[in-house]
Every structure is written in C-alpha cells, then in structure tokens.
Design a protein around this ligand. Structure first.
Ligand SMILES: [Zn+2]
Length: 486
C-alpha cells in the first residue's frame, strides 16, 4: 500500500470493483502502472489526477488468449494497431496472438521480427504464440528463450493451411515442450476425419452453409481432445484446448482434469449464444472452425464455464474482409470472424440476464487465463501490486452492435444488429488510459508490451507411472536429434 506521503499518478473514485471473489465500492490508487492502494476514498494518497467512476463497474481487463491480428502477412484483414485498438474498445487489456501470420512463427528470428512489429503498434499488452510442428521442432527451446507466451499446435487444418503433425510427431513435440514449461494451445480437431467427410459432401454437391457443420461433427473434436490429453498425461506437457464448441468435448476434458492432467479449456461467445438457427441468416459469415453447433450445446457449455470445467472465455478473433466471407460456395468462405471487441459486452449482457454471476465471469475472462499462462497475480487481478489493467463499464447502458462502428478492419460479423447491455467507458493498460470517455488515446500506439517477461511457468514433468519411461524416451530423442544434425 502506498503511504500518504507518496503521490499517486491517478486515483479512481466512486466505482464498484468486481473481482472473482466479490463486488464492492472502493477507490483505487495507481502509481507507476500498478495498483498502489484499494480502499475508502479518505484513505487514498494525494494524486496527480483523479477519475470520477460513479456508476461504473471496474473489472480487471480481459485477457484473450486467442486472437488472430494477421500482422505480418494479411494486413488487409487486420494489423496490430487495428486489432489492439479493437481489444481496448472491448475492455481487453492483454491478447495472445496466433502464429499463422506470414511467415509462420516457427523460428526465433521470425518471432523477434513479429515482436518488433507488435511493440511499435500495439495499444494493449500481448503475447505471441509460436507454431508447434515439424518446422519448429528443432527451435522449441530457442523459441521459449526468445519469449513465446506458448505454443500452438494445429491438429486440424485452418486458415493459412499449416500442416497438422501426426500423433507420433505430437508425442515428440510434447516431450520437447514439457521441460520449457510453456503451455501448448491446441486446435483440437482431427484432420483425417474432417477431410474425408468434406470430400464426400463436396462430391454430393453440398455447398450450403450447414455443409460446413456436417463436415466437422463433434466427434472430430472429441477424438482430438482425448488423444491430446493422453499425450499430455504421458509427457507432462501443459495443454490448453482452444474453442470448445460442443457438449461432447466436456467429458474428455473433465476426465483428463480428474486424472491430474495439466489441461485448461476455453470457449467463445459464439458457441454459447449462436446455433444452427443462425446459419440461414449469416450464411458464410458464421463459418468458423470448429463450427457453431446445435442449440442444445448451450446449456452444458454455460454450466461447464460456471463450474470451471471450461476455464476461460476467449474469442478466436479472426477477421476477414466482407468479400472473403460472402462467397456463394461455403467451402470458399474464409473461416472465423472478429470478436475481441464484443466479447465483454456480450458476456456482460448474459450476466445481466442472469445466465452467469459476474464474479464467475471475471474469473473466466481475466483470472483463469492469467493463472493458466503464469501471469497471475501481476495480470488478471485487482490487488495492490498488480498491473493496473482495468476495464470500466456502465453495466446499465444498452446499445446495438454495428459492424461498421467496431474497430477491427473487418467489417463483418454474426453479431451485427445484436442488442447488448454494458458499455465500455475507459480502458487502462498498466495505469495509462488507452480508451478514455469512449475514445481511443491515439498517442498510446506502441504502449503495449510483450508479457513473456513476467511469465512464470516452471518446467513440466511426466506424471506418475509414466514418468521414468517417458523421461528416457525424451532423452533418447534429444540425443538422436543432436546426433542427426550436420
Ligand atoms: Zn484461432
């Protein structure tokens, strides 16, 4: 706590703080980018500046562990400035960007070049994933040293056509990653199943939006989650299941957790709020991997999010141009849509409707992602000493999502026209206003920093009965790899 003799940079008065444990009225003092004190107004130190937050809820900024900001390589879809400003307008203060940019992030040199681009343009803090595949196998340790936030492994195809490692390669890759401590985020859809089904559907002349769902039934994801959990258990590797879309994936996820596998999972608003009922209206716009499914998945996914089986909310923010999303043949529509700016308003609307307690939501949007990726409590918490990453919302203000008023370069999403309750007023990243009174602070371009420097992830070890044999295998593999080098 700051003593009364020190002068804070900013004191926020009159707001209601919301954490995973409680909501309570309090003032917050901020010094040097960190929360210096929380308490009654009269206990706050003198400050250079004050903010009146009367009527506003103060949430820890969202941590979105799954975005595609497309830069470098696809800057007609998005870039680091537009993507991170969209995040800031959505109350999201930290994002983890996926490696399917050009070139694919697979070496320390490519990683360093991408860090330089993000450092120059980012309005919010960020982490960078490297791909985990045959092309990065020999760079795993160097990428970890070079500051990746985690690794991304594509078990199924996606935008950028990154090849999927087979099961043998996956085991070897997990063995290499485990000692680095980094978490492996998995696109858990099994390629061989869906490629075969897509071929059959195309042969049958199916080009309609629902054909995309038919090519990727939930078993595609269930089989992948189960297999990934088995390999993670064997090697000790920490894993994270991206975009959980179906009720059927919950069983292998819960079972793996019960066995002690270090596995976390995310879902997104589109899997909780959209369904097959929206395909006719949205057509190619709703095409995403994995697909939006039947409405009977909603209740089990909400329950899993509330009870922590699904740890967190992430958006898979995946912008494309309107032309790329509205082609007549579904197989030609690019997959994904923007989401980083609308996640918090959509979820806070669900909170207002009684779908979820706001404290559970804060756990899912901030605390759990910070814990899962070794950033807690510097990120994901409103506590003295934590980074002052704050999202201030008027929870009672209603508005209508308009794709043309969002800040992603992409001007097309399935959320267009949807009424929401909860309007962002201010976003602070390490104590600095990035959005103030609903407007972007342009001078904060380049304020964002990579959070890998504060990440704490100790080496992971193989578990229980598998420990010895897996350790031997890992040692043999690294010896063989070293021997094979020219
Ligand atoms: Zn993605």
């Amino acid at each position: 706590m700051a003593g009364t003799d020190s002068i804070a940079d900013l004191v926020i008065h009159g707001g209601e703080i919301v954490t995973s444990a409680a909501r309570f009225p309090a003032s917050i003092a901020i010094s040097n980018g960190r929360i210096a004190a929380i308490g009654a107004p009269e206990t706050m130190p003198p400050s250079a500046e004050t903010l009146d937050a009367t009527g506003l809820a103060i949430l820890p900024g969202g941590i979105d562990v799954h975005v595609h900001f497309r830069d470098p390589g696809y800057t007609h879809k998005e870039d680091w400035a537009s993507g991170t400003s969209a995040a800031a307008f959505g109350g999201v203060t930290t994002v983890f960007d996926m490696p399917n940019t050009i070139p694919t992030v697979a070496t320390p040199e490519i990683l360093a070049a991408k860090h330089a681009i993000a450092d120059e343009k980012a309005f919010v803090d960020y982490g960078l994933y490297a791909v985990l595949g045959e092309e990065s196998l020999d760079h795993v340790e160097a990428l970890a040293e070079g500051g990746v936030i985690g690794f991304k492994l594509y078990m199924g195809n996606t935008f950028g056509r990154i090849p999927s490692p087979d099961t043998g390669a996956m085991l070897e890759l997990f063995e290499r990653v485990a000692p680095t401590g980094k978490r492996v985020s998995l696109h858990a859809e099994t390629n061989t199943i869906m490629e075969r089904r897509e071929k059959r559907l195309r042969e049958a002349g199916r080009n309609d939006p629902l054909a995309h769902l038919d090519s990727r039934p939930a078993v595609v994801a269930v089989e992948a989650v189960e297999r990934a959990a088995t390999l993670a258990e064997w090697t000790g590797a920490r894993i994270h299941i991206l975009h959980i879309s179906s009720k059927e994936e919950l069983r292998p996820l819960a079972e793996a957790k019960a066995r002690g596998v270090d596995i976390t999972g995310e879902t997104g608003p589109h899997y909780l709020m959209l369904s097959t009922d929206d395909y006719a209206r949205c057509k190619g716009v709703i095409r995403v991997n994995p697909p939006v499914r039947e409405a009977d998945c909603h209740e089990p996914l909400w329950n899993a999010l509330k009870d922590g089986t699904i740890d967190m909310i992430a958006t898979d923010h995946a912008p494309h141009t309107p032309e790329e999303k509205t082609r007549s043949v579904i197989w030609n529509c690019d997959c994904g849509f923007p989401g980083v700016e609308t996640q918090m308003p959509l979820m806070l609307t669900a909170v207002a409707e009684g779908r979820m307690d706001i404290r559970d939501y804060v756990r899912a949007s901030s605390e759990a992602p910070a814990k899962s990726f070794g950033l807690y409590p510097q990120k994901g918490a409103i506590l003295p000493g934590a980074d002052a990453d704050l999202a201030l919302f008027d929870l009672s203000e209603e508005w209508v999502i308009d794709d043309f008023k969002l800040h992603s370069l992409s001007r097309i999403s399935p959320w267009h026209g949807r009424k929401v309750k909860g309007k962002l007023k201010h976003t602070l990243v390490r104590g600095a206003f990035v959005v103030r009174d609903g407007a972007l602070v342009e001078t904060m371009r380049g304020h964002g920093r990579s959070v890998h420097t504060i990440q704490r992830m100790p080496p992971a070890e193989p578990r229980n009965i598998h420990k010895t044999i897996a350790a031997v295998t890992a040692a043999q593999i690294s010896a063989a790899v070293t021997a094979a080098k020219p």
